[in-house]
Every structure is written in C-alpha cells, then in structure tokens.
Design a binder for this molecule. Structure first.
Ligand SMILES: Cc1cc2nc3c(=O)[nH]c(=O)nc-3n(C[C@H](O)[C@H](O)[C@H](O)COP(=O)(O)OP(=O)(O)OC[C@H]3O[C@@H](n4cnc5c(N)ncnc54)[C@H](O)[C@@H]3O)c2cc1C
Length: 292
C-alpha cells in the first residue's frame, strides 16, 4: 500500500546545497515521529533501503538518483530551550543557524561558531560538524535515535566515538530524531549576537557562501590545511565541466554552471591525484557520496 506521504520520482537536486542529484525512487519529508516510524515500517514491508537526508549540505548524490526511500528530515524541526539550565532539546531537522540564533536569544553561550553551517542538527551530530576549534560533540549530551528496524534508543555522546568530523553514526545507520545539548546559561544576549554576527560576516568574506557548494570537500590532513595544499598547487579556479574549484576558498568546489555529479567527482579525483603526486598526502573527503 502506498503511504500517503510518499512521492515517487522526485529530483534530489532540490534537496542538496550543490543542487545536484538525480531522482529518488521514493521520497518523503516527515514532520512527526509517528510519520517517521510509519515510513520505516513501509520501507521494511517493501524490502527497500532507506537513505537519510538532512539539509543535504554535505552530500554528493549521483545524477542517476537513489533507489529505495529517501527520507528528508528538514521538516522535522523545532527546539525546546531551558534558559536556566542551558539544556536544548532539538529535533533532527532543526538547522544549526536557527539553533545558534535561538541560543543567542536565550542568553546561552556555546553555539556562536555554528551560525554559518547550513546543516541540520541531525547531520551535524552524524558529521561532528564544527568550526573555529569547536565541534558539536563538545556540547552534546545525548541523542534519541530510531533504527531502520524501528527500535528507539537514547545514546550518550560519550558512546558515539567522536573525533574530528567523525562519529560512530557514519558507520551505523540510525535516524537521529533529536539531540540534547548543554550550553552555558546566563550570558548577555547582545554579546552573544555580536560574536555570532562577527562569525557569520567572517564566513561571508572568506567563503563562496552564496554559491552552490557543500562547504569544505576534504578533511584537513593533520597538521596541514587542505585549502592551502590545493591553493599552493595553483588549482584555484580550475574547472571540470560545470564544476569549479572556488577562487575564494580552494577547499570548496562550486556548481558554477549546471555541474553533473560526475563533474564534481572528476574534480575531486583530480585534486586528490595532484596533491598526492606533489606532497604524498591522500586527501580524504569530508563530503558523503550517495548512489555511486
Ligand atoms: C556553505 C557551507 C559551509 C559549511 N561549513 C561547514 C563548517 O564550517 N563545518 C562543518 O563541519 N561543516 C560545514 N559544512 C558542511 C555541512 O553543512 C555539515 O557537514 C552539516 O553538518 C551537514 O548537515 P546536513 O543536515 O546538511 O546533513 P546531510 O548533508 O544531509 O547528510 C550528511 C550525513 O548525515 C546523515 N544524516 C543527516 N541527517 C540525519 C539524521 N537526522 N539522522 C541520521 N543521519 C542523518 C546523512 O545520511 C549523511 O550521511 C558546510 C556546508 C556548506 C554548504
């Protein structure tokens, strides 16, 4: 039986910040936990796999599309904030910029760095998103998850094996329904907004923020910066098809002109080869690829 909220053949390019991605065989954007649960049951009954998408700001989806059910979490949003304790309970689809603003409005210090990361809290918890020396795991107490077999579980942050842009959730596929964060209460709202705005302005000045991108494509290979390695090879502005290494920030690949998923992939391979040939360093992607 067709679930009422499932659509067929929906282009995933509208669900990624690269604006790239072929059709989802099945697609749904649930708004409640009950809907999520019934979609999981529906997919299990049909014996099809489930792809989880947040804001699609770290995803390269194949132009051939994705089989199975693509579950986009961005409408499953909202957050409860306790100004006194600094505890935030955010639903999986709540975005980091929204959360950073809500925290600032409540006088909570801790998420000022998150303002310019256009992902959901679910995606951030999976990716261990971070900036300026902070990561979401520094503020995370626990998450509530739903397995693809329909089991609910609360997992403490300390059990998620966090390290730089890495977590257990990148190996074990669980739906992040919500995250519980602990921030520092009792700060001046004006000061938190000031720092938050300063961080956003810094991004607007140093990144191709308005372009279609996925943020940094490669992880920084300790102790180096991927952007510096790429820039020093003179690769800024290099194009492959419609994909271009940003002239503003060389760890960003932008969709400059109707880039295909393979244009992006080819440019990623080319950068990896040149960096490896010149420095003997294999750059690892931060971006997650789907359907290749
Ligand atoms: C302009 C720009 C700037 C950026 N700057 C930064 C930065 O400074 N620091 C940084 O760390 N990242 C940055 N990013 C990358 C990206 O925003 C982060 O990785 C973000 O955390 C991804 O969240 P998302 O909701 O978009 O996840 P998606 O890209 O949709 O998915 C990423 C992974 O998380 C999984 N996932 C998403 N939601 C859930 C869920 N609810 N439950 C289970 N799994 C889920 C997906 O299956 C996938 O494996 C930037 C991106 C852009 C476009």
């Amino acid at each position: 039986m067709l679930s009422p909220n499932v659509k067929k053949n929906i282009s995933l390019s509208n669900f990624t910040t690269w604006r790239i991605g072929g059709p989802a065989e099945w697609m749904s954007e649930p708004r409640t936990p009950e809907e999520i649960q019934s979609l999981i049951n529906w997919a299990t009954n049909k014996k099809i796999n489930c792809n989880i998408i947040g804001a699609g700001s770290n995803l390269l989806i194949n132009d051939n599309g994705l089989e199975g059910l693509s579950l986009c979490m961005r409408k499953y949003k909202g957050a409860k904030i306790d100004k006194t304790s600094g505890i935030i309970e955010a639903l999986g689809g709540e975005t980091l910029p929204n959360l950073a603003r809500k925290a600032a409005n409540s006088g909570l210090h801790g998420l000022e760095w998150a303002i310019g990361i256009p992902g959901t809290i679910g995606g951030a918890v999976v990716m261990n998103a971070g900036a300026q020396g902070h990561s979401i795991s520094d503020y995370l107490e626990s998450i509530k998850t739903l397995s693809l077999q329909g089991q609910l579980r609360t997992i403490k942050a300390m059990d998620l094996d966090y390290s730089y842009r890495s977590s257990l959730l990148q190996k074990e596929k669980l739906i992040v329904l919500s995250a519980r964060l602990k921030l520092e209460p009792g700060h001046e709202k004006i000061e938190i907004h000031r720092v938050t705005n300063q961080n956003l302005n810094h991004r607007l000045n140093t990144q191709p923020y308005k372009a279609q991108s996925c943020g940094s494509v490669f992880r920084n290979p300790d102790p180096f910066k991927a952007a510096k390695l790429i820039e020093d090879l003179g690769l800024k502005g290099l194009r492959y098809g419609g994909a271009e290494i940003s002239k503003i920030h060389s760890n960003f690949i932008i969709n400059a002109d109707k880039a295909s998923s393979s244009d992006i992939k080819e440019l990623i391979n080319l950068i990896q080869k040149k960096v490896n040939d010149s420095y003997g360093i294999l750059l690892k992607t931060e971006v997650k690829t789907c359907g290749f």
